[in-house]
Design a protein around this ligand. Structure first.
Ligand code: DI6
Ligand code: FE
Length: 375
């Protein structure tokens, strides 16, 4: 592989290597496997506090939904995130993001959504931007103001949606490239979703959705028809939703970490997605409540064991299709001349082994735009 100015210039067998500049640095990877840098296209890795105690309650039999309805769950992280300083949020998130980078991640999407008031949402978005400025990884910021109903708006969801659309979306324009919403019986309904997504489109954002995670709402179909770049979770997705996603080439981002950690039994309709040609991405969903997972290869493994993807589909899910879910597949996600030289080097003997080994860290080095960013 020849790299110039951070881009892949040539790729092929060493026997056909073109003559290269004598001043070029030559790096011998000793026959190791090189993959595109991993793209984690759905995370909530900026947050305050921890939910380990809530997890214990879930183990004792209290459901995620019940905890949310009691004002815990997402809202307990909202309280901790409002109380945290910007520095505290940066430090804890940087720690998590460094773990992802050491595991081969070169691009990450990070959502706001634990503020639920303009001040704290902006605080999160500033932290998200600083993470991209401070660490060798591309960070794609998403505004998730409509993640849950803040306690101040109890019983008045439409008033909160009006605030999101009227004040928050215009104010976060320069801080986020995409807008996401949690459409669910414990969050926002279909008309509220349509209002937020249409307003986001009018302001020029890309749109995404947390759809059909805990129940079937018809939200993936709505989002696909509105032009969403991805619909995420999708455990309860039904055929009309798959058809709409196929028609609009909406990426299906599956999040097996949340399925695993919530002990779900309803699997997303992988066979139908495959049959209809919907691109499938996989992401960590890294968050304190439903997916405290900072291990992209474990996510690829779960894509195979829990959702029935092939190892190759899983690897494509955390690279090329994840790039597609962010609208950057012309830049990253595969090894092709012209794309960024974002690479991960692995101590494995075959691509299948990337998704196969559990609890082993085979990542040997990470290159971001052609520069080694790991020790
Ligand atoms: N679905 C999820 O899995 C995360 N957000 C969402 O809408 C969970 C967020 C949390 O529990 O803190
Ligand atoms: Fe999520």
């Amino acid at each position: 592989m020849a790299v110039r100015k951070g881009r892949i210039e040539w790729l092929g067998a060493s026997s056909s290597l073109p003559t290269i500049d004598s001043s070029a640095d030559v790096i011998d990877l000793k026959g190791r496997l090189v993959s595109p840098g991993i793209v984690d296209c759905h995370t909530h890795l900026v947050f305050g506090g921890s939910r380990a105690d809530e997890w214990q309650r879930r183990l004792e039999g209290v459901s995620y939904r019940q905890i949310a309805e009691e004002g815990g769950g997402i809202l307990s992280t909202v309280r901790a995130t409002r109380a945290a300083s910007e520095e505290q949020l940066y430090e804890s998130a940087a720690h998590r993001l460094k773990a992802l980078i050491r595991s081969g991640v070169t691009t990450v999407e990070i959502k706001s959504g634990y503020g639920l008031d303009l001040e704290t949402e902006l605080k999160m978005l500033r932290v998200i931007r600083s993470l991209g400025d401070g660490l060798p990884v591309d960070v794609h910021p998403t505004f998730l103001g409509a993640h849950a109903l803040p306690p101040e708006f109890l019983g008045r969801p439409d008033d909160y949606i009006a605030l999101v659309c009227g004040e928050m979306l215009p104010a976060v324009k320069e801080w986020a490239s995409a807008v996401d919403i949690f459409t669910e019986s414990i969050a926002f309904d279909l008309p509220q979703t349509e209002q937020v997504l249409r307003t986001a489109i009018d302001h020029g954002f890309q749109i995404k959705i947390h759809a059909e995670q805990l129940s079937h709402m018809g939200s993936a179909k709505l989002a696909a028809e509105l032009g969403a770049i991805s619909a995420d979770h999708l455990e309860y997705l039904q055929r009309p939703g798959v058809e709409a996603m196929a028609r609009h080439q909406t990426v299906a981002t599956l999040l097996p970490g949340a399925y695993y950690f919530l002990n779900e039994t309803q699997r997303p309709p992988v066979e139908t997605l495959r049959e209809m040609g919907v691109p499938i991405a996989l992401a960590s969903d890294m968050n304190p409540g439903s997916s405290p997972v900072m291990a992209p290869l474990l996510i690829a493994n779960m894509g195979c064991t829990l959702f029935g993807l092939t190892p190759l589909e899983s690897i494509r899910g955390v690279t090329l299709n994840a790039a597609r879910a962010l609208g950057i597949d012309d830049q990253v996600g595969s090894l092709e001349p012209g794309k960024c030289a974002d690479l991960a080097v692995w101590n494995v003997s075959s691509p299948n082994e990337l998704a196969y080994l559990i609890g082993h860290q085979p990542c040997r080095a990470v290159y971001k735009s052609g520069r080694c960013v790991t020790g």
